[in-house]
Design a protein around this ligand. Structure first.
Ligand code: NAP
Ligand code: ZN
Length: 346
């Protein structure tokens, strides 16, 4: 099946319309008519080669929502007409200890990323900036009724990437949580941490988005460009989620943690981050990382967000605005996620 898509021809060329081939629907596959695809900063890191060489032409997009139009003979979990989503992975071995624990994203045999990976049939996977996709039913999530489909798209990556460490680190009543960077991930981290009952602080480069941050559920908002911020908030937080896509001064943020506090890095800049171990030793602090979440956990997140009326704040764009949107994301000029209306791809 040939379908319309937008692809990056190389690391420094703009994305352009193209046609790609989708495989035939196998016994355990689901054919999805994609309605919306979010633009994640990871799409930009990937196509620009920040994380290493890529197989071009490459169709990005791992925040996919749409409607099932066909299912394979063995599929029982989904049926035609269902509202569904696909995130950052489309397969894993399902047999290793991590897969068995529901951590398919850490599959010891290598999970198959939604784009730029090698699928089980040897072809290169192509992502969600397209009108249709065929995905193994076990990696297709249900998007509950009661959540706007376009606002749900960013939950498939930005939502689960922030929900997982917030949940696992016990964000909730009595806990002080800081979110660094108010972009796609950051704004969902604020909404989710607030819904979990935590006291939430936004640490943004400036105070430009303060009103938004407080509306999204933050209790406090500080500018990291103001050196007073780091003095005033020293030793304050139980948990910090760093969503920044660029270099940060890790030691400065570790200094904001209370004894036993944890800084979870979900931001994935091109260059390594470094730290002084005394920033950890001095208050029994932890520095951690986290990558998306497992399939079961992603479904739990979608159900949680529906129950708490959480969707992304989005700017819906047509396909011909994808390259402009990339530039705006790179300039931190996004409120708070660009989502592509895939009806404009054809
Ligand atoms: P985004 O929308 O661009 O948000 C990043 C935010 O970081 C910006 O809005 C900005 O917030 C802040 N920022 C940007 N440049 C900065 C700089 N030079 N110094 C300080 N702050 C800066 O990006 P996103 O889609 O949320 O993704 C964020 C990062 O997470 C990316 O690196 C992405 O690849 C990564 N990611 C990781 C996972 C995972 O599984 N771990 C999943 C998805 C994404 P302010 O304007 O408020 O300062
Ligand atoms: Zn992403």
């Amino acid at each position: 099946m040939r379908v319309h898509a937008y692809a990056a021809p190389g690391p420094s060329e703009p994305l352009a319309p193209t046609l790609i081939e989708r495989r035939e629907v196998g016994p355990n596959d689901v054919l999805i008519e994609i309605k919306y695809a979010g633009i994640c900063h990871s799409d930009i890191h990937t196509v620009r080669g920040d994380w290493g060489p890529q197989p071009y032409p490459l169709v990005p997009g791992h925040e996919i929502v749409g409607i099932v139009t066909e299912v394979g003979s063995e599929v029982t979990r989904h049926q035609a007409g269902d509202r569904v989503g696909v995130g950052c992975m489309v397969n894993a071995c399902r047999d290793c200890v991590n897969c068995r624990n529901g951590d398919e994203q850490y599959c010891l045999n290598g999970m198959v990323p939604t784009y730029g990976g090698v699928d089980r049939d040897g072809t290169v996977t192509q992502g969600g900036y397209a009108t249709h996709v065929v995905v193994d039913a076990d990696f297709v999530l249900s998007v509950p009724e009661g959540i706007d489909l376009a606002a749900a798209a960013p939950l498939l990556c930005a939502g689960i990437t922030t929900y997982s460490p917030l949940r696992r680190s016990g964000a909730g009543p009595g806990k002080k949580v800081a979110v660094v960077g108010l972009g796609g991930l950051g704004h969902l981290a604020v909404k989710i941490a607030h819904a979990l009952g935590a006291e939430v602080t936004v640490l943004s480069q400036s105070l430009k988005k303060q009103e938004d941050g407080l509306r999204l559920g933050a209790n406090h908002y500080h500018a990291t460009s103001d050196p007073d911020t780091f003095e005033q908030l020293a030793g304050r937080f139980d948990l910090i989620i760093n969503t920044v896509s660029a270099h940060i001064d890790v030691d400065a943020y570790l200094g904001l943690l209370a004894v036993d506090g944890t800084l979870v890095n979900v931001g994935a800049p091109a260059e390594p981050l470094t730290l002084n171990v005394f920033s950890l030793i001095g208050a029994r602090r932890s520095y951690a990382g986290s990558m998306i979440g497992g399939i079961r956990e992603t479904q739990e997140m979608l159900d949680f967000c529906t129950e708490h009326h959480i969707g992304a704040d989005i700017e819906l764009i047509s396909a011909d605005k994808i390259n402009d949107a990339y530039e705006r994301v790179l300039a931190s000029d996004v409120r708070y996620r660009f989502v592509i209306d895939t009806a404009t791809l054809g």
